[in-house]
Ligand binder design. Structure first.
Ligand SMILES: [Zn+2]
Length: 243
């Protein structure tokens, strides 16, 4: 039964795709337009910028991140280093110029927010961007071993983890294990979620900088800068937070 039906269904699938493709071509104004669109997408391919941590100072990395976020919010993304050429370049070694601690929220994809690509950023993400021991260990790896020049803690507006910790409500499973890391930031904010989000960035950044002797030494020697900011879900802009 299946032997007999397979060729027929395969033919009908082919026919479906042929018809579908013709219909799509026609809806775009014919194959000429289709081919022109293909050529256009090739000429605007992601540029490869051989960015390495050793090429930059912490101040220059802050400038790269600021300009990347500006391109993103203005709709001028270059989407650098997002192609197979860059993938191959960094396949055997990496030297990301910035390390991040961000929230796991699906609306805060850090490479996109800062308009960067493969091998540029060493990103750790966890709900509420909290600095637990495993996260601190990962950030030590990104900075002391891989050489990132900036360690950036990125919170975001309407953070569900910060809001839940503030309300102290009952949550399923092990979600509440995050609350212990968030309480020192949410308590002083007295119900102001926006302030708690900024305070949480400040608290987690200072925690990383002070509790890790490895990171503290890099900062002392001027080889690393710790910075913080809050990503606005509405505008895409990252507002700096004074630590
Ligand atoms: Zn969040």
């Amino acid at each position: 039964m299946s032997d007999a039906s397979t060729p027929n269904s395969s033919v009908s699938r082919r026919r479906f795709w042929q018809v579908g493709a013709c219909a799509l071509g026609a809806s775009l104004g014919g194959w000429g337009v289709w081919e022109a669109a293909k050529r256009s997408s090739q000429t605007t391919a992601s540029p490869v910028i051989p960015a390495k941590a050793t090429d930059y100072t912490p101040t220059e990395v802050m400038d790269l991140l600021t300009r990347g976020n500006e391109r993103f919010t203005q709709g001028n993304m270059r989407a650098p280093n997002r192609n197979l050429e860059r993938l191959k370049e960094v396949a055997t070694q990496q030297a990301p110029f910035a390390a991040f601690l961000g929230c796991a929220d699906s609306r805060v994809p850090i490479e996109i927010v800062f308009d960067q690509g493969f091998g540029d950023l060493f990103v750790t993400r966890i709900a509420g961007n909290v600095a637990n021991p495993e996260i601190i260990g990962s950030l030590e790896f990104g900075t002391a071993i891989l050489g990132a020049k900036v360690l950036f803690v990125l919170g975001h507006t309407s953070c569900g983890a910060v809001g839940a910790a503030m309300r102290g409500e009952e949550v399923p499973g092990q979600i509440s294990t995050l609350f212990q890391h968030l309480r020192p930031a949410v308590r002083p904010a007295r119900g102001d979620v926006a302030q708690a989000i900024r305070e949480n960035v400040r608290h987690q950044a200072n925690l990383v900088a002070e509790s890790s002797p490895v990171i503290a030494r890099l900062v002392r020697e001027g080889r690393l800068r710790v910075a913080g900011g809050v990503y606005d879900l509405q505008s895409g802009r990252v507002e700096p937070v004074d630590l």
